[in-house]
Design a protein around this ligand. Structure first.
Ligand SMILES: [Ca+2]
Length: 490
């Protein structure tokens, strides 16, 4: 009986599916007859600045409250092994171009690109600060396909001749060569705090006293969603939060100060309040997509540009990436592993989790596939990223990729110049001052506490060869010995 019912229901389901298919075909044919193409999906790329892997509640944060991002993760897919570069601009370059930032010679941020320090053991290379116009950004491709393209917030990929408007964005609200605002409070400008630089965030006139930057950038993003009309849009909402200066709204700071207790991993109430405002922003964007009946037809991507900043601001550590080691700048996991949440109804399943390692350069190809940008020119090969659509459909799928590579030939408070490779569960970091290598098994030791380089010489040699091969193939820039360096100072 049960079998008969199943057969009948199965037949009915097949008939219904066939009818639905015929209807869909008819609609598509009608649209084509009238010269209309099916509307392309919208893309909302929300990039947080310096947000650590463990900074969201859905990634284990204890002080921070992030209900909207947690909801986004419940509605979509959360990645546990997503990687960016260890500092700002390289990730932004890779997101836009689909190329490894080291291939572009953009391994550090714009302001530091031209003036490497000359008092250390190695002299870091002079890198590219301006994203070259020969690079075809995902924004330019989307623009050519008819998308309304908008950058709201931080750009950090070059001076005025290389601003977002020159790289495919119809609208640029706030994008400059500066990597951080002077202040998170209107009028977002001033000098003295950052070595006398007069920093400001343009196009945010008409604010009121007390207005908070994260809220204002969100207002601007909502305006773009509202005004896109029938055009598909690519909205790149690149928040300054939670980069320094650590400044937050007073009522939220008070809320988190009251929550501080011994034993919490996160201890900075102002930083927690900045994360709170960032989370509210994501909630407001999602609400507006819902209100405008666009949420089911929009790819939403949320990630961070590098690991959490563990340095101090106003005598307090900004964040703590535990259980991951170190933070921004470093090639330990705390410097490069970041939160990544993706929602694309019909493709991502609710509350799915993906453990496959993915890289910021993958988003160019992913967005191109989702948006169907096959009818506009693609960047010249080779692209280093690959489409994540197979993972979005099936989180336990695997990508055919040898390894992920990292390259930071610079100095930062958390590191000396280094390169790294992650292949499967294994990770090798090579320090360029003396060639010393560290080897970790990330499955057994995600906190990178047990260096296995001496114990596993064959694996160390294998990964080192892989890393050197990649550096040669990719023609990355290397630091050079400093002939004037003296270990014994007078
Ligand atoms: Ca950053």
């Amino acid at each position: 009986m049960r079998v008969a019912c199943a057969l009948i229901f199965g037949r009915q389901a097949r008939v219904a599916a066939a009818l639905a298919g015929a209807l869909l075909l008819l609609c598509c044919s009608t649209a084509r007859l009238h010269g209309e193409e099916p509307r392309r999906p919208n893309v909302v790329l929300i990039l947080a600045d310096d947000l650590g892997w463990a900074d969201l509640a859905c990634y284990g944060a204890d002080l921070h409250e992030t209900p909207h991002l947690d909801r986004l993760a419940r509605q979509g897919m959360r990645f546990t092994n997503a990687y960016s570069a260890s500092v700002c601009s390289p990730t932004r370059a890779s997101l836009m171009t689909g190329k490894h930032y080291a291939r572009l010679h953009m391994t550090t941020w714009y302001e530091a690109s031209q003036s490497p320090p000359r008092d250390r053991r190695l002299i870091p290379p002079v890198t590219v600060g301006n994203l070259p116009h020969r690079e075809l950004t995902i924004a330019k491709r989307a623009q050519r396909a008819g998308y309304l393209t908008a950058l709201v917030g931080k750009w950090h990929l070059g001076d005025a001749a290389y601003y977002p408007e020159t790289h495919g964005f119809d609208i640029n609200i706030g994008g400059t060569f500066w990597g951080a605002p002077y202040s998170y409070f209107f009028p977002y400008r001033g000098s003295g705090r950052f070595e006398g630089e007069f920093r400001y965030v343009p196009h945010l006139e008409g604010g009121r006293s007390g207005e908070y930057l994260t809220d204002r950038l969100t207002d601007e993003a909502l305006r773009i969603i509202d005004t896109a009309g029938d055009r598909p849009f690519f909205l790149y909402l690149a928040h300054h939060a939670v980069h320094t200066p650590i400044e937050a709204k007073a009522d939220l700071v008070k809320h988190y100060e009251a929550k501080l207790t011994d034993g919490l991993r996160h201890k900075n109430a102002k930083y927690a309040a900045m994360v709170h405002s960032l989370d509210e922003s994501v909630g407001r964007v999602m609400d507006r997509l819902e209100e405008n009946h666009l949420a089911d037809h929009t790819l939403v991507i949320f990630l961070s540009d590098n690991g959490g900043h563990i340095g101090q601001f106003d005598a307090l550590n900004c964040t703590n990436n535990s259980p991951l080691r170190s933070g921004k700048g470093s090639l330990y996991e705390g410097g490069v592993r970041v939160p990544l949440i993706v929602r694309y109804p019909g493709t991502t399943s609710p509350a799915s989790v993906c453990h496959e390692p993915v890289f910021c350069a993958d988003w160019h190809s992913t967005i191109a596939e989702v948006a169907g940008l096959t009818d506009v020119p693609a960047p010249a090969a080779p692209l280093d990223g690959q489409s994540l659509v197979p993972l979005l459909k099936k989180p336990d799928a695997t990508l055919s990729r040898e390894a992920l590579f990292f390259h930071y030939p610079h100095y930062y408070p958390t590191t000396t110049p280094a390169s790294a490779v992650r292949a499967g569960d294994w990770k090798l970091i090579e320090y360029l001052e003396d060639g010393r290598a560290e080897l970790y098994n990330l499955r057994q030791d995600p906190s990178e506490q047990h260096d296995l380089a001496a114990e596993r010489p064959a694996k160390t040699a294998e990964l080192r060869d892989m890393l050197h091969g990649w550096r040669t193939r990719t023609a990355v820039q290397m630091p050079t010995p400093n002939p004037h360096f003296r270990t014994e100072r007078p």
